[in-house]
Design a protein around this ligand. Structure first.
Ligand code: LFR
Length: 445
């Protein structure tokens, strides 16, 4: 057997996939489920117990496998008391509870970026912990994939790639920044011991659980099917993570000002990237319109001309809610034609995303001194032909789109290597992906 179960939780849906390496690399989805955050009282929560239940259902559907690996979105966590019981439910990163602590934390740690290399996002774990009144009852902090892994195995650990998104880790050493934590009044010993992608994390019903790039973006970037070094990537889902893979962090003031992050990747790489508000804009539009499928909208949007573009990173777009009104307001404010129909909004969002990708890639090149010859789009956005075409045109570079399930593939390959079924580094993984996965190319014009 050479089958590995990848649990991959995204902000809007989760899935359990089985990757089979006995003939190339085949991925089968065995269970998919919605992720529905719950607003209760003042807070927006993740329904973590429902998610865990779905993970168990998915693992049953997967049948016998060689190992299991878990990844999810970053930053968020559960608190456990001294008996390992959950203290409250994990709060959603789109909740606004950190607003009141941001300035205070930044004033206490003016060197936060120089020490941790993490772009400013109001939901970084460091801010969430500073705003968390439940901390007084907590004994430990487990990031979301580590929490699920703990429930499966009974063993607690903190996976490194996700740990780097807390803004409490020094990306130069791969260790906690005790100095930063002390200044904010946090104790990094509340995080269980660090483990690296590939480390053994325990067993679930006799099956090994391996740490993988448990930050979904780390797994996705590991699965970018690039041939050489001069590539940029866009991991395109609810968010678009746009950047480069580097050997060393770039902790410059210019990088801070451009909001570039240095997240730790698989095999000690650095994911030098910016969070661009991604397909979230369209997901929230669809939710407002009560429309299910994007395909007909994309077909109509592709026949429309480019008319209005918005800054997709406008903080007003961060919380859930009526997105079309917010987009319309920004268009009106900036003196542009206001989209009226769903296809017009769709076109506006995609043109705006393509522009944001161009800016992020140009900034990454400028800040790192690296060259980029090709842009890889992985994740759900790779399926969006209009977005891929507009990106190639905006960037003036060829775009290679796919695999759509890069995150699960990265998860599977790191497990397969840990199990001794696959031998090689990122280059060999990428070569296997380029050979086995369906990829599409778009030329700039
Ligand atoms: C993508 C992602 C991003 C992270 C955001 C919030 O799914 O993991 O990398 O910044 O979600 O955790």
């Amino acid at each position: 057997m050479s089958a590995f179960a990848a649990v991959d939780l995204g902000a809007s849906s989760g899935r359990v996939m089985v990757g089979d390496l006995s003939r190339g690399l085949e991925l089968t989805e065995v269970h998919r489920f919605p992720n529905r955050p719950v607003r209760a009282g003042a807070r927006l929560h993740w329904d973590i117990l429902a998610l865990y239940q779905e993970v168990l259902t998915g693992l049953r559907a997967a049948g016998p496998v060689d190992a299991i690996g878990i990844d999810s979105w970053a930053v968020d966590y559960g608190l456990l008391d001294d008996e390992g019981e959950l203290v409250g439910t994990p709060v959603h990163y789109r909740d606004d509870r950190t607003e009141r602590v941001l300035e205070e934390v930044l004033a206490k740690v003016p060197n936060l970026y120089a020490e941790t290399g993490i772009q400013f996002l109001p939901f970084n774990t460091v801010f969430q912990l500073a705003a968390d009144s439940r901390l007084r009852w907590a004994d430990s902090v487990l990031l979301v994939p580590d929490l699920l892994s703990y429930w499966l195995t009974g063993v607690a650990g903190t996976e490194l790639t996700n740990a780097s998104t807390t803004a409490l880790l020094d990306p130069r050493t791969g260790r906690w920044s005790t100095e930063v934590a002390k200044r904010v009044g946090l104790d990094v010993d509340m995080f269980p011991p660090l483990r690296r992608p590939g480390d053994f994390a325990g067993t679930y019903e006799g099956t090994p659980v391996h740490a993988v790039g448990s930050h979904d973006t780390a797994s996705a970037v590991a699965a970018v099917p690039a041939g050489g070094a001069n590539f940029a990537y866009i991991s395109s889902g609810t968010w678009s993570l746009v950047g480069l893979e580097l050997d060393e962090p770039v902790l410059t003031e210019a990088g801070r000002a451009a909001n570039f992050t240095n997240e730790v990747g698989v095999d000690g790489t650095i994911r030098y990237l910016r969070n661009v508000t991604g397909l979230w804009l369209l997901q929230e539009c669809l939710r407002t319109w009560e429309i299910e499928g994007l395909t007909p909208l994309l077909a109509e949007a592709s026949r429309l001309p480019r008319r209005s573009v918005v800054d997709v990173d406008d903080p007003r777009f961060l919380p859930p809610g009526d997105m079309p009104s917010r987009i319309a307001a920004v268009c009106a404010e900036t003196g542009q034609p206001v989209p009226r129909t769903p296809p017009e909004f769709t076109r506006c969002v995609l043109d705006s995303l393509a522009d944001a990708y161009r800016r992020a890639i140009a900034d990454a090149v400028r800040l790192s001194g690296r060259r980029v010859d090709v842009v890889h789009i992985v994740g759900g956005g790779a399926r969006n032909e209009l977005l891929c075409r507009l990106t190639a045109e905006a960037c003036g570079l060829p775009v290679v789109a796919g695999p759509v399930e890069a995150t699960a593939l990265g998860n599977v390959l790191v497990q397969a290597r840990a199990a001794g079924v696959f031998d090689g580094g990122l280059a060999e993984m990428r070569e296997l992906l380029a050979r086995t996965q369906v990829l599409r190319e778009y030329q700039p014009g």
